[in-house]
Ligand binder design. Structure first.
Ligand SMILES: [Zn+2]
Length: 343
């Protein structure tokens, strides 16, 4: 990856001699002040980002590299949904959760440059290990791996694509049901006849099509069909041993999305209590969850807020810059660093 980017930058230097003045790089991990990258979710450790610099460019470009969530936070404050906020909290859910605080327009980087690793606060289940080496990290309770765990699926290779598929399935199954009800309750509302139906269990995702009249559920252990019909809107459940039951059918996606949304809202409450932010923006899968299950997020958020904040809770908004947030932030930071050199 480093070699490919290095050679792409080299081609730009040849194409525009003397004109490449600044580089802004967004990466999905922590970046130290000496530009070493660690991205535990993808297995990159101690990567030297200065190897991206073009060796022969003259003048030597200003080089800025930062964590994607931190850069997205900077961009949201500069030109997005957090513009004008005094203390803005931005949270980005991809594989895990990252974020940053922007105080009066200034991104807080921390003493080492590692600030904003909110996904590694122990707001999650203490039994769940995190790729970072800790247990109980909040990020493991709010991303695609959390949805997979609730549904009894294997950890997804691409937790973002997986999460979006599950959230879309939940919304398609019953948009009205997703937008109301208590966290953890499964919907009584009818499930759309054309909704995809999945079966939860330790096996990978067997599917059945309610439209085709095939059985909508199978035993999670043996694979044998069990009672329950997604077409009737009545979710079936399967005894999986040890007293546990797994809900099958499209309702399972709704339940999983609600549980993850509630875990997200609880953690946001903790951060707002601690940081006294006046605005919270959500990017990545966080924006999808806000769209699909805002009531669950708001209910657990308000329940977790200190009483003095409940009269006027800081709003939770979707990021305005969407997927462009991290790279827009990299450009903002590169410009900010370059401007003093232009005087
Ligand atoms: Zn962690």
């Amino acid at each position: 990856m480093v070699a490919a980017i290095h050679s792409a930058i080299g081609r730009l230097c040849e194409q525009y001699p003397g004109r490449l003045r600044a580089l802004g790089v967004s990466v999905p991990g922590t970046v130290s002040r000496d530009l070493r990258l660690d991205a535990t979710n993808v297995g990159w450790h101690d990567v030297d980002l200065t190897a991206l610099w073009p060796p022969t460019a003259d003048p030597k470009p200003v080089f800025v590299a930062g964590n994607d969530a931190s850069l997205a936070a900077a961009a949201e404050s500069a030109r997005g949904a957090a513009s004008g906020a005094r203390v803005a909290l931005h949270l980005l859910i991809a594989g895990g959760l990252g974020g940053a605080v922007v105080d009066q327009g200034r991104l807080l980087n921390g003493a080492s440059g590692f600030s904003g690793e909110f996904g590694h606060m122990p707001f999650g289940d203490p039994a769940i290990p995190c790729p970072c080496g800790a247990h109980g990290c909040w990020g493991t309770a709010v991303d695609g791996t959390a949805l997979a765990r609730h549904l009894g699926h294997r950890p997804p290779r691409d937790p973002v694509t997986y999460a979006r598929r599950i959230i879309a399935s939940a919304v398609a199954a019953s948009p009205a049901a997703v937008a109301s009800g208590a966290p953890g309750d499964f919907p009584a509302a009818p499930i759309a006849a054309d909704a995809p139906v999945f079966v939860t269990g330790p096996a990978d995702v067997p599917t059945a099509d309610a439209r085709a009249g095939t059985p909508a559920s199978v035993d999670a252990g043996s694979g044998a069909p069990v009672s329950g019909d997604a077409r009737s809107g009545t979710p079936a459940s399967v005894d999986v041993g040890a007293g546990a039951r797994v809900v099958v059918g499209a309702a399972a996606e709704l339940g999983a999305v609600r549980l993850v949304a509630a875990a997200l809202g609880r953690g946001i409450a903790g951060l707002v209590n601690a940081l006294d932010a006046d605005l919270v923006t959500l990017g990545g899968v966080g924006a999808d969850l806000l769209s699909a299950a805002e009531d669950e997020i708001q209910a657990s958020y308000r329940a977790g807020l200190m009483a003095i904040r409940r009269g006027s809770p800081p709003p939770i908004l979707p990021a305005a810059l969407g997927a462009d947030g991290p790279i827009a932030g990299a450009a903002e930071e590169a410009w900010s660093s370059l401007i003093p050199h232009l005087a």
